[in-house]
Design a protein around this ligand. Structure first.
Ligand code: SF4
Length: 152
């Protein structure tokens, strides 16, 4: 049976046969309980190492075992700017997400949220914690707080 694409790395095998599920999650992120489980109290900066570096292996192992892995990946693919992907979501880094976005033709079929500040504000109004918003947007907590203050 054709799966639509073939993973080029072991890290992408978990997506085989789940492309439509991922696409649905990208298009309907509101169905996800936005409080990540395995990383709830982890410093978000640990998932955003310098370019070319990987997070610690124990963090990535937690992502592989995380029940929210696909939702986490979907929300990143929806919210982030394709030109400036940064950080690790669902245990996958920017290069892997580039590959997935290309395979799903996301640039053609979906429109990323246009503005990071507006996204932060919307998520804040939905009750998201600052740490979780920073995680999804790939920015610091301080930046998120600045966005949220801008509408008070
Ligand atoms: S997959 Fe996402 S939600 Fe789950 S532990 Fe990793 S970063 Fe956190």
């Amino acid at each position: 049976m054709a799966t639509g694409w073939e993973p080029s790395m072991d890290s992408l095998h978990f997506l085989v046969g789940r492309e439509q599920e991922l696409r649905n999650l990208i298009q309907s992120p509101q169905h996800w309980d936005p409080v990540p489980v395995a990383c709830r109290d982890v410093d978000v900066n640990l998932y955003h190492p310098e370019d070319g570096e990987r997070p610690a292996e124990d963090l990535l192992a937690a992502c592989v075992a995380c029940g929210d892995r696909l939702q986490c990946l979907a929300l990143a693919l929806r919210a982030e700017d394709a030109e400036t992907r940064h950080g690790w979501y669902g245990g996958l880094g920017p290069a892997d997400r580039d590959r997935i976005a290309a395979m799903l033709r996301l640039s053609v079929e979906t429109t990323p949220l246009p503005d990071r500040a507006l996204t932060a504000i919307r998520l804040g109004r939905d009750g998201w914690r600052v740490n979780d918003i920073a995680h999804v947007l790939g920015c610091s907590r301080r930046t998120v707080q600045r966005y949220l203050r801008s509408v008070r």
